[in-house]
Design a binder for this molecule. Sequence first.
Ligand code: 4NP
Length: 162
Amino acid sequence: MKQRILFVCLGNICRSPAADGIMHRLVEEAGLSDCYEIDSAGTYAGHRGELPDPRMRRAAEPRGYHLTHRSRPVREEDFEEFDLILAMDDNNYEALHRLAPSREAADRIERMVTFTREEFPDRFYVPDPYYEGREGFELVLDLLECGCRNLLAYLEDKRANG
Ligand code: 4NP
């Protein structure tokens, strides 16, 4: 059975589509594309249908990520369709809990920084880069590359050992 992972931020044009692109590539490189379904969404619908922010696409491209996701809002069915829902910051985390239709659904929500703890002990959330300069976008990509790597290792360990 496929592991279904949903990354969530506010606008679904910066952080979560980047996480989506990074995780897709890691899974593909590991030859595990058949084992994972990966998507991203936003708690705010105002950017629906848009490609990732050009600043994020520009920062991601030299790292080898071509981001083509189209922004979409989180929907109630996501809580049934995904096994793990990863929030980028505490606002996203709380907004997801408000949307969750049941306790079981809420239990699927985790913070992305759960998977960056060792390498970035002082980062308690993936910061919104929207009003930041280039370094804000690079920091997001550093956090997400680390988090996605650890996330895949965690999921693969769980798959192997139950
Ligand atoms: P994201 O970044 O949540 O990482 O996609 C943002 C995108 C849009 C806005 C804020 C943050 N906005 O205010 O429209």
